[in-house]
Design a protein around this ligand. Sequence first.
Ligand SMILES: C[S@@+](CC[C@H](N)C(=O)[O-])C[C@H]1O[C@@H](n2cnc3c(N)ncnc32)[C@H](O)[C@@H]1O
Length: 300
Amino acid sequence: MPIPYSDISPLRYPGSKAFLVDYIDELLKENYLEGCIFIEPYAGSAIVSLELLRRGTISEAILVERDPLIFCFWKCVFQYTYDLIDRIDKLPVTLETWDNFQDYKKIDIQHENQVNYQQIINLGLAGLFFNRTTFSGILNAGPIGGRSQSSNYKIDCRFNKNKLIKKINKLSELHNCVTIILSDAVQFLKKSKKLLGQKQCFIYADPPYYKKGKDLYRYWYNYQDHQMLAKRLLSTNTPWLVSYDNHDKIKSLYKKAPGRWQIYIDYTLSSSSRRKEMELIISNLPIPPKSFEISLIEIS
Ligand SMILES: C[S@@+](CC[C@H](N)C(=O)[O-])C[C@H]1O[C@@H](n2cnc3c(N)ncnc32)[C@H](O)[C@@H]1O
């Protein structure tokens, strides 16, 4: 199944779950969860939340992210839209900016009040810049076109300012329905018991991949972290779904979950490059949507 192209997020994302949007949309509808508060504790490109908000399937999205560059980017999109757009407009997309922005990668904040408004805009702009000028949107990867910039694809080839500004403007219309939080996901879930107990919520967790997490993201999980997430999810009554790379350790962590499926994803990278991979989707909702084109194989 080719991944449906989805164009709502300004971020290109390694491990983007655009292909799960329709599935989760149907899952929510079949389980009478339309209009719920949708919590995405590992936001990344936030494609699932943003598309479900756009469709009106959910009423609110809470996006949690541990990477300050990604957190600040989303904060700017929804709260400092015009400052961000102004800075994008004036930004030279060059190797010189690339070098000047390296210091932003060294800033590790745990809470948003450790930075002021101006720093949030600088970090958010740097987050977008690195996401759109590196290979595959991997923030720690090298610049597109390499240091020599001798290939046909240069550092600015994925940085179409007009398109990015248009998307950001469009998304900012959703600002009343989106909350952005800088936190570790498990800590956030621990602290949110009241919200989870009082309102109709759904948690969609897409943690860093078990195997390739540290190659793709600046923040990733070790086994104990994955274990803590499983413990947290398995002990809540709030409906949830988690997606993962296919690994026996993960299957084992979730062996008590009511719904565990494997799905084949056909990553068509180009006409000559295809890669089929198995991913896991696990949920405390036992029934997967019936009328869905992704073929789900139940894990025995
Ligand atoms: C698999 S990606 C999410 C991709 C996203 N679902 C999408 O479709 O674009 C995992 C995300 O979790 C973030 N992350 C890593 N450690 C985290 C933590 N402890 N708490 C919250 N987010 C974390 C990474 O920075 C990355 O953006």
